[in-house]
Design a protein around this ligand. Sequence first.
Ligand code: F6P
Length: 360
Amino acid sequence: MKRIAVLTGGGDAPGLNAVIRAVVKTAVNVYGCDVLGVRNGYDGFLAPDGIMPLDLGAVRGILPRGGTILGTANRGNPFARKTMRAGQEFVEDISDEIIAAIWTLALDALIVIGGDGTLRIAMELGEKGMPVIGVPKTIDNDVGGTETAFGFDTALMIATEAFDRLHTTAEAHHRVMVLELMGRDAGFIALHAGVAGGADVILIPEIPFRNESIVKKIRKRVEHGSHFSLVSVSEGAKPQGGQPVYSRGGDQVYVPRLGGISQKVGEYIEGQGFETRVTVLGHLQRGGSPTAFDRWLATRYGAAAVRAAAAGHFGQMVSLQNGRVVDVPLAEALAVPKRVDTNGDAVWTARSMGIAFGDE
Ligand code: F6P
């Protein structure tokens, strides 16, 4: 193995730089191999200055840094690139251009750090013969085939701290505090932070809710002398028989943007006579320094990805299974997206704490 490349794709997550650092250190220290960085996701292969050399100096000091030194993009699938020409939308497959670039660079392996979408592109490149290795990244924790991706723990810590802060002001003013958290299709952040932060109601995409049920819980708390409540809401939560709320529609470049469900829930609660405030935590969950757990996991994933590349385990994704980092086929990991098990231990635990999911 003489030369490998690494790219980061999709929304950023705390720990991306820790993976890049571990890839470079392992490649150089263990295998004496050169590393190239691809800027801004797959787009870097086609951009004039899209490739940068990564030596030990380039990754010095980046372990605790949020973001990614390579840049990222959560649009631009090379298998279905959308472009507008003369006011008309065209979808083109430009994957062969990426493949040509990989050949030109004489890469022995391409390490792709990303979530569901970015890893799916990697898998498809792998099916066309490219030597790809995946590393699961997501704050939403929705990538299958692994117990967890890096980034989730940090987002969870930020969300839990937000609940701790909302708790004191909610209690002081006898208010209901609604906190909207990220989680497009999977409610792990809202569920785990809700439990860790003492929420009274948790609304997640996997369990459609009824407004009446939320208010029933808040009213019951008041009857028992608790004149404040905390409501944890995934951005992708939806009412029974209804749809998620979007703040912006999709277009030729961007996917539709979720946002606004907490405002609707808050308005309903206030309409029932409970003073309510709404907070949207947004990208605070994605920015900043990773937790020790995420740095540890990201470092293990980065090192393991290079080990897998050296062993020729292409088309695989590094994954955490029973505390060990192992390789699983990308196809297997992506076959079933990870969602909250509505009959599983986590939801059962939350219900045992008296937390309502709005379906009672
Ligand atoms: O996939 C991670 C995520 O944080 C989702 O929960 C959220 O819907 C999305 O990213 C928002 O991404 P962006 O604002 O970068 O488009």
